[in-house]
Design a protein around this ligand. Structure first.
Ligand code: SR1
Ligand code: MG
Length: 405
């Protein structure tokens, strides 16, 4: 029996993708003149835009390799593509219009065919251009509360929730997070961490030799691994959000799995702070000043709107009798905010010292200024980790951040 092309997995290049789309799907007429471009800028996958030249009609093909793009030698299960497609479809139900539409996914070729969001930009890029978005805090908190709370034992049938925990096991991508967020940045165990000149001693004394910090991060690491609280996006940084003046579209949930809710909230806040400190290191003008104030206000709003919406939604959707006990909702929420503060600290530190940097830092041209803001962010991060149990509302976050402005 002959195996036809696309009946067996291989890593596709641009010409294969056009052939694949025309052979497998009917989005375009058979005569359509199609062009294709690989536009992905992430660490893991290939993202192809296929466009009909005459009409401009286009779709996205997201394709997973068995190895990371960077050819790191790290093999990652291509099942992440299935997880991602299923999560996006579930999130569309819970937060309508806030994720890209998925048309299909192919478990053989490890591809997802999805809406092309040409009217949107990746949020990280817009933030580096000092653009502000007045509705962002409201939009992202709706997304977070709706997608997270509904997936918990508070709301779901406990049997169904346990099935979901199994269905969304994501061991390879969780392993990346366990190593790159919760281990390597605090001990440099593989010797791969690196920092800009002038940072070595500071990182040694403030991070690697700080045994109190390491203990708190160890607690956070095992909470991440053991606390199957909610179905997380799992990598909700500003590069996973498309944005324009009207709307956000959260994408790229390939790290999704059941973990502590604060993980997603923390990522959103951490990457706003990276943009703020990029601005501090790069510009000295009124626009930058306004941008930095907007970031602070947005962080404050995100925490407080999350709390408000969570409290309201909890009462609407709670099904478990014991979870209705007076005081339990507040107890549960306090834990989420404390987790958020601790994970926020880990995310800040890991992007500064670890291998997965962010362009908000690498694009700072003046190395002295970069080192200066990185030291300040490390100080902020440590405060969040060490004091997380007393951090409860938006103002508590801002009070720490403002100490190092
Ligand atoms: C090898 S992947 C490195 C990082 O990129 C992803 O976006 C995740 O944040 C991961 O930690
Ligand atoms: Mg990603």
């Amino acid at each position: 029996m002959t195996v036809k092309k696309f009946d067996q997995y291989f890593l596709m290049r641009e010409p294969d993708v056009v052939e694949y789309i025309q052979r497998k799907y009917d989005y375009f007429s058979p005569q359509a003149e199609l062009s294709v471009k690989e536009i992905g800028d992430g660490n893991l996958n290939y993202v192809f835009r296929v466009q009909e030249d005459g009409t401009g009609k286009s779709i996205i093909v997201k394709h997973s390799g068995i190895e990371t793009r960077a050819k790191s030698g790290r093999l990652i299960n291509v099942d992440r593509n299935r997880i991602e497609a299923e999560i996006l479809m579930m999130q569309e139900e819970l937060a309508p219009g806030m994720v890209p539409r998925v048309f299909d996914y192919d478990t053989v070729m490890c591809c997802m065919i999805m809406e092309d969001l040409k009217d949107y930009e990746v949020m990280r890029k817009t933030l580096l251009e000092q653009k502000t978005f007045p509705f962002f805090a409201d939009q992202i908190t709706t997304f977070l509360v709706n997608t997270l709370l509904e997936s918990t034992d508070i709301v779901m049938s406990h049997k169904k929730k346990k099935e979901n925990v199994s269905r969304f096991q994501n061991p390879d991508l969780c392993d990346i997070t366990e190593q790159l967020v919760y281990s390597e940045p605090f001990g440099n165990f593989s010797g791969k961490n690196y920092v800009v000149e002038g940072m070595d001693e500071f990182v040694q004394s403030e991070i690697y030799l700080d045994i109190h910090l390491r203990l708190e991060v160890a607690k956070l690491k095992f909470a991440f691994m053991e606390h199957a609280q909610a179905l997380l996006h799992g990598d909700l940084h500003s590069g996973s959000i498309f944005i324009n003046e009207q709307q956000i579209k959260v994408f790229d949930p390939e790290f999704a799995f059941y973990g502590p809710m604060g993980y997603d909230l923390a990522n959103v806040i951490a990457h706003l702070l990276f943009a703020k400190f990029y601005s501090i290191a790069t510009y000295d003008n009124k626009k930058a000043d306004a941008f930095q104030k907007w970031v602070d206000y947005t962080v404050l709003q995100i925490v407080d709107l999350f709390i408000g919406k969570f409290i309201d939604r909890y009462d609407e959707v709670v099904t478990d009798d014991m979870a209705k006990t007076e005081g339990y909702k507040e107890y549960y929420l306090n834990q989420i905010i404390s987790d958020t503060a601790g994970i926020l600290g880990c995310e800040l530190i890991r992007r500064i010292v670890g291998v997965a940097k962010v362009s908000d830092l690498t694009l700072i041209e003046n190395e002295e200024k970069r080192a200066d803001v990185e030291r300040r962010m490390i100080k902020i991060a440590k405060k969040f980790i060490m004091n997380r149990d007393s951090i409860q509302v938006g103002r508590d976050f801002i009070n720490i951040i403002k100490q190092f402005n």
